[in-house]
Design a protein around this ligand. Structure first.
Ligand code: NAP
Ligand code: 8YV
Length: 328
């Protein structure tokens, strides 16, 4: 990767995706900011594209794929908002000496809170119970006992990285036994590691999915995994919709192959299949894992800080594994 420009020359940046005030207001007048909300808008940039040296990708539904990145011959850095960057072509970036950064750590505890909340809401039927109260039914009869409970569960976490470990800490505090699946054992983690996901699914009754999206994890949670999980099975997905075979999940929920699911992410966001929306044994959230003001502000600021560091000739703060920065 070439060193960033530290002269007084203006630096052209592109904000690609929805506008985010902390990012848009985060730069001095040494920078010239351009914007494109969608991939279609990139075509409008015409001559400007040739000047762009840094891009802030501000949402995971905006695709910074090969054809998009190829429009920017002088591109040095793509600073992506969010820890997951499956929507950014990091292989293209690596081939073209472009550094990619993401926003790890600042959202870890927030997302783990949502995973834990979603698990409890799914097991103890919070959303259904809320609807019951609002409809006035409580005045005639107490809400039925929930079939699900955290008390008799064993959880298999799929992905034992930063967020997986933070979820594990919450389950430890709730005295719920934890095991995990990942390709290799996680350093410093004492839970039992299952290199084979089906074996783990057979050994537990609850899966919490928190791996990256992308080709390597596409449909990782498939019909065989759901069958192995069994009729008490609960799936919580806070990773990416692509990680769970959505049709297989719908079938498993309908047939009683598994008991219930709590989903923060979907295959084709913001579209959610009608079949899921009609089910009573699911809790559905609109991808809100990190979506609090405090955490989103911290993520925005990390996007800004990565770009500023790079153009001050310093190493970026949080480069992704595919584009490590050497010798800055
Ligand atoms: P991380 O620290 O990089 O952890 C990723 C974990 O997944 C590691 O344990 C890794 O272990 C495992 N993994 C990766 N590829 C795998 C594969 N093919 N099969 C099995 N395990 C695999 O990432 P993180 O910070 O915890 O974030 C995880 C993901 O959560 C993000 O990439 C993002 O997609 C999602 N997320 C969602 C929200 C939300 O709003 N719902 C918010 C934040 C993050 P190995 O490499 O050993 O396999
Ligand atoms: C964000 C996320 O909502 O960090 C991630 O990987 O999924 C969420 O925190 C999303 O990335 C916003 O683009």
């Amino acid at each position: 990767m070439a060193a960033g420009n530290i002269s007084s020359e203006k630096i052209d940046l592109l904000v690609y995706g929805p506008g985010r005030p902390i990012i848009q207001n985060g730069f001095s007048d040494q920078f010239v900011l351009h914007s494109a909300e969608t991939k279609h808008d990139l075509e409008r940039l015409a001559g400007t594209a040739e000047k762009i040296r840094g891009i802030a990708v501000t949402y995971h539904t905006v695709h910074a794929d090969r054809s998009a990145l190829a429009l920017f011959p002088k591109l040095e850095i793509v600073a992506s908002f969010g820890v997951g960057y499956d929507h950014v072509d990091s292989a293209y970036a690596r081939e073209h000496n472009i550094v990619v950064t993401n926003t790890p750590d600042v959202l870890t505890e927030e997302v783990a809170d949502v995973a834990m909340g979603l698990l409890i809401a799914t097991l103890r039927e919070f959303v259904k119970a809320d609807r019951y109260l609002r409809s006035g039914l409580w005045t005639t009869q107490n809400y039925p006992l929930s079939v699900g409970s955290l008390r008799d569960r064993k959880v298999g976490i799929v992905g034992m990285g930063r967020i997986g470990q933070a979820i594990g800490r919450r389950l430890d505090a709730s005295r719920v036994p934890v095991v995990y699946h990942s390709r290799k054992p996680a350093e410093g983690v004492s839970y039992k590691h299952y290199p084979d996901l089906i074996e783990m699914a057979k050994a537990v009754d609850t899966l919490i999915v928190i791996v990256p999206g992308g080709a390597a994890t596409a449909n990782l949670i498939n019909a065989d995994v759901l069958k192995a999980l069994g009729p008490r099975g609960v799936v919580i997905n806070v990773a990416r919709g692509s990680v769970v075979d959505e049709q297989a999940l719908i079938s498993a929920l309908k047939s009683g192959t598994i008991l219930a699911a709590g989903l923060d992410v979907f295959a084709k966001e913001p579209a959610v299949p009608d079949e899921l929306r009609a089910m009573q044994n699911v809790v559905l959230l609109p991808h809100i894992g990190s979506a609090s003001v405090v955490t989103r502000n911290a993520m925005d600021q990390l996007v800004v800080d990565n770009l500023k560091a790079w153009f001050a000739g310093k190493p970026p703060l949080t480069p992704v594994a595919e584009t490590p920065v050497k010798g800055r």
